[in-house]
Design a protein around this ligand. Sequence first.
Ligand code: SIN
Ligand code: CO
Length: 410
Amino acid sequence: MTSFYLSTPYEPPQAPFKLPLDEPWALFGEISPNQFMARYWHKKPLLVRGAVPAFKLSSSQGALLDSPIPAKELLKFALLDEVESRLVRSKPWSFESGPFFKKQIPNIEKPNWTMLFQGMEAHHPAAAKILSWFRFIPDARLDDLMVSIAGVGGGVGPHFDSYDVFLIQMSGRRRWRISEQQDLSLNPHLPLKILQNFKPEQEWILEPGDMLYLPPHVAHDGVALDAGCQTWSVGFRSPSFKELLQEGLWRLAESLEDIPELENKFADPKQKATHFAEQLPDELIKQLKLKLQDLKLDRIDSFLPGITAYLSEPKQQAIFSPPATPCSAEEFKKMLQSQMLIPHPQTRILSLGKKVYCNGENMCEEQDLPSVKAWQILAGRKQLKAKNLKNLENSTLFEAYLAGWLIFHD
Ligand code: SIN
Ligand code: CO
């Protein structure tokens, strides 16, 4: 155990803005992101030894690297309301949600428990930096970084996830067993989603710096072999078509409010006398069809703004607070010339062509060109310093700053 206290935390680097997509990366076992996407992504598991070379490098020099968030610091997040935490015990299986009191947090030397911390990119800069390594996958797909810490024997049991995941071993060792079995039935008697017939096909012991990529629906079971074992999971999301279409249609319906001519009543001067009075009139159907075409409601482009807005919504648990001492629009403009404006870690920004959506809202509506450009830079680079902005009184950039969605980097 003493080694944990003597080791230094690994400091992950921020990935460069322009990622070398065609070059071999240690993270993927010396293949490029392009090759990884073509061969493995959403297709088959990949085990990478020494994916984070710093761990092996430092141990070969006699130094020990700990997780970027050492155990003591990590466990403190379990006390906080704003952090989504869970405690899973494995003998017998039990499950509790946080926040926890100090005395509920298990001693690291005790066996058969794990604590999981969701959305850590919002709470620790090292977690945000690890996510930056994966920014060759669209922001709309990236979900969050979960960190788990466990006592010996701890884990969440054999299960499957519906999403892709990169499991990076950051402290201690974990034994992973995986299976591409078809039978994904769950044990109905347990409080957790645990497979009732897990039949492992492959097994590895992951050491700090190793990484396992799993596509959706591959059964897996990770058991901690050392006290304080930490696994960092980069998780993705993939909404169902039902969710995408419902959310897109709902927002499209809302946008019709802004078209006054739609208040006009349907009129049928061409209606003929009919024997089939019970039928919906052909004339109504014909006019509706024309209206849909006129408004381009029969085209995919009409749905995409609503869908992008939806996907840019922050997680439900996200909390934004306005700056402690908000500045005036004029001061904001000056600060933008010397300081870096960045999205709050829980802010989501997505682009659709030249339009930028932030936390569910279109930021480019009724904005001048320099402001639109500024949003485009923020969306792409996740940081902005700007000299050429003019009047910021009615700018969505200033509004987003006042709402706490954008913050100045210290
Ligand atoms: C863990 O870190 O223990 C669980 C990660 C997973 O299986 O998805
Ligand atoms: Co899993």
